[in-house]
Design a protein around this ligand. Sequence first.
Ligand SMILES: [Zn+2]
Ligand SMILES: [Zn+2]
Length: 187
Amino acid sequence: MHIKIKEGPGLRSLSLKESEEYYKKIKSVFHELNAKHFNSELPEPEFFINSRLRSALGRFKPPAFLSFRRKSLQTIEIAAYLFENENADVHLQQLLAHEMIHYWLWFTGRPYGHTAEFKKMMNTIGATRYNPIPKQSTRALVYQCPGCLAEVVRKRQITSHACANCCKKYSKGKYDKRFKLILKPSP
Ligand SMILES: [Zn+2]
Ligand SMILES: [Zn+2]
């Protein structure tokens, strides 16, 4: 498995050597945390170093259908700029712990966003909630579903909107305040 680097405009791309080194590091931290907090139950996901990821340091994505027959693996994306930070190792630990809680919730069939369970686990394993290296500010308001992490971008504030997908999936289509869209703190 190789790290695929998604190129972004104006960003230095990682050399093959660098990316292999980062990949090794990501993998070893993953397995270390998996053993320590998750009984090594989480299968290794696909990792991407994404140079376009600017508003977040990382994200977990469940498998997606690529076509009629093909499905991607679950992935954890990591912003390329993380590796430029002087405390990259610490941030990588924190980030992976955070993303792995999403992964674990998803893996065990539960809403996998920043739910009450998420926060409980976060306290248990000592992960941080927010992006520790703010990179880019944005004027648009970004709302996020605490159930599935889907993001909704709005120019104006919205109040009492819940995620339609999660209400459908977990609450038989009824409005469920657990999935009320939450304004993300601006990075
Ligand atoms: Zn998160
Ligand atoms: Zn949702």
